[in-house]
Ligand binder design. Sequence first.
Ligand code: GDP
Length: 450
Amino acid sequence: MTDTIIALSTPPGSGAIGVIRLSGPDAITLANEVFAGKNLAEQASHTLHFGLIKNGEVIIDEVVMGLFVAPTSYTKENVVEISCHGSNYIIQQIMNLLISKGARAAKPGEFTLRAFLNGAFDLSQAEAVADLIASDSKASHDIALQQMRGGFSNELKDLREQLIHFASMIELELDFAEEDVEFANRDQLRNLVSRLTSHIAILISSFEVGNVLKNGVPVVIAGKPNVGKSTLLNALLNEERAIVSDIAGTTRDTIEDELNINGVIFRFIDTAGIRDTADIIEAKGVERTLEKMKQAKLIIYMADATQSLNELEEQLIGLQKLDIPYLILLNKADLLTAAQREAFAALEVHFISAREKQGIEELKDILLDKVNLHHINTSETLLTNIRHVEALKQTESALERVMSNIDNPVTSDFLAMDIKQALHYLGEITGQVTTDDLLENIFTKFCIGK
Ligand code: GDP
């Protein structure tokens, strides 16, 4: 990397301070050129220096320069972090000045890309940096932090190293093909492959939970117009987000909101379409609505408690066909007598009064119970990245081929090839094996300045 890159690393807009980051061989020289203060080239790494940034004789700002000398920096290059006053004007002036001196505007994720290319961490750790920045709940934070600190990478490294050992033994056999020798003990190999396969299967299956923890549990609140869905959403979110109206079907604005219950995010996906159709199954043209419903991990089906058990049961027939976990809420329970509640005893229903805010806390507990995430230990490896899942699935099928090749006596060539394939896909996760496309795909999703 010969060029020195620059970007604003704090969010754009005005704030108390803005941090501009420079990274590359000339970071310190360039900073020195515009800095009226100590000679940065003579200062120790990991030190801060107060001074002025000047464009010729014109003072732009009073700043603090943070100095990180290669290789002990985030990118392992020379890095200077300029903390200036957080005005857009100042930030632009400083950036333009340094660009005129020879720095180049960084692309999204380029600092982290450099850190990866310079061996500061592997690819899955780099991806976790982006996840960490995006994390907005304890669960997603815990998972990202664990991955960034290398938990997942170490696990894969172990798996990979064990396989590499066998790969080299098999290669050796190929060299001695004439002599019909077996360096790689087939029983041991079989044993290893079956251990790897079950480990990988666990990792793959952890994605379901990991994904939910990272992105939230998609929930749909469904039910006929006027049963109180908007009122419930308001009660849950504790604010007047949705429009509550007395006229059936008037809630047409998109409602997509998030609720954090004990660190688990519940994402209420847009159900405008559902609200507009009288019945989720009977109404015509509900395909798109159904598509929405199918994205849900859980459906909260809301009905009016003042209707009859029969009416409710009819609605449930359609709901059951969806094959998505659901929970039945009977709203407006404030209008019921105890005897009327008894009428629903045959069904598992929960009574609430969204308007009177009765049963809301219990509902939150039920929601947590339904998604069954209590037992999840976020310090265990939970996959949250679909790219990793895909690579592990490929590894899995390569290992299946290895297994069948051990059992059906074939030449070692096939065995070697499939083991190499497995190694290849494992390596794609951590970045021992990369392509430009892969890197571009990953790092362009980062924000600029990271
Ligand atoms: P939506 O069409 O399902 O979103 O229903 P809304 O939330 O707009 O509510 C429809 C009407 O029912 C409004 O007049 C609400 O005030 C009323 N409502 C909502 N929840 C309750 C409740 O718990 N008890 C009673 N009595 N009325 C409610």
